[in-house]
Design a protein around this ligand. Structure first.
Ligand code: 5GP
Length: 218
C-alpha cells in the first residue's frame, strides 16, 4: 500500500481481568492483516498450554531486573507481585516496516507509555456488567475466595482509569467487540497524517506542476 507512510502504529489495549481482552486481541491479529501482537517479557510461571516466546518470554527476576537497568523496556509493571514488560527492541523491529502492533498491557503500563510516547491509540475493554465480570472470574479461577476478591478489587481499580483512554469497547458479544476494535484500527489507518504526501504529489499533482495542464501530449 504505497499511500501509507512511516512506521506502524501502536494500539494499546487494557481491560480488567475477565473482560475477554486476550481472546479479543488474538482474534483480531488472526483476522485483520498488517497487525501483530507484541510478545511481552514476564517473571510469572507459564500456565498450562502457554508457549515460551509465543505467549510471553518467561524470564527470571534477575534477568528482568537486568533488562530494567539497561532501559530495555518501553514500559513495565508489577502486577500481583509478578513483573511484565514490553521490549523496546521488539516493538522497533515490528513497527519499522509499517506493521501495526497491538499491546495487551495493564493500565499502569499504558499510562507510562502515554506519558512517553506520542501517537499511540489507547483502547479500554469493559465487561458488560459487574455481575458478568464476577461470574467470568469465578469460572476461570480455581483459586480461593480471597484470590477472587483480590482480582475483583484490582479489576475495579483498573476500570477507574477508563477515561484516560481514547476508545471504550464493551465486550458483550465477542464478534461485535471484534468488529468495533477492527473499526478503530481501520479508521486510524486512514488518518490524513498516515498518507505519504510524496505519493499524492507523484500520483496527482506532478502533471500539473510539470506541464501546467492536465491535457499534455502522451
Ligand atoms: P496474565 O498474567 O493474566 O497473562 O496477565 C496479567 C496482566 O498483565 C494483564 O492485564 C496483561 O494485560 C498484563 N500484561 C501483559 N504483558 C504486559 C506488559 O508487557 N506490560 C504491562 N504493563 N502489562 C502486561
Amino acid at each position: 500500500m504505497q499511500k501509507k507512510k512511516g512506521k506502524g502504529s501502536l494500539f494499546i489495549v487494557s481491560a480488567p481481568s475477565g473482560a475477554g481482552k486476550t481472546t479479543l486481541c488474538k482474534k483480531l491479529t488472526s483476522t485483520l492483516p498488517h497487525i501483530t501482537h507484541s510478545v511481552s517479557y514476564t517473571t510469572r510461571a507459564p500456565r498450562h498450554g502457554e508457549v515460551n516466546d509465543r505467549d510471553y518470554t518467561f524470564i527470571s527476576r534477575e534477568e528482568f531486573r537486568s533488562m530494567v537497568n539497561k532501559s530495555e523496556f518501553m514500559e513495565w509493571a508489577n502486577i500481583n507481585g509478578e513483573l511484565y514488560g514490553t521490549s523496546k527492541k521488539r516493538i522497533e523491529k515490528l513497527t519499522r516496516n509499517g506493521t501495526d502492533v497491538i499491546l495487551d498491557i495493564d493500565t499502569q503500563g499504558a499510562m507510562q507509555l502515554k506519558k512517553k510516547y506520542r501517537g499511540g491509540v489507547y483502547i479500554f475493554v469493559l465487561p458488560p456488567s459487574m455481575e458478568i465480570l464476577k461470574r467470568r472470574l469465578k469460572k476461570r479461577m480455581t483459586n480461593s475466595k480471597e484470590e477472587i476478591e483480590k482480582r475483583l478489587k484490582r479489576a475495579v481499580n483498573e476500570i477507574k482509569s477508563y477515561r484516560k483512554y481514547d476508545y471504550v469497547i464493551i465486550n458483550k458479544k465477542l464478534n461485535d467487540a471484534l468488529r468495533e476494535l477492527e473499526s478503530i484500527i481501520i479508521s486510524h489507518r486512514h488518518g490524513v497524517n498516515k498518507v505519504d504526501t510524496m505519493w499524492v504529489k507523484n500520483k496527482f499533482l506532478k502533471q500539473e506542476e510539470e506541464h501546467g495542464s492536465y491535457f499534455f501530449a502522451d
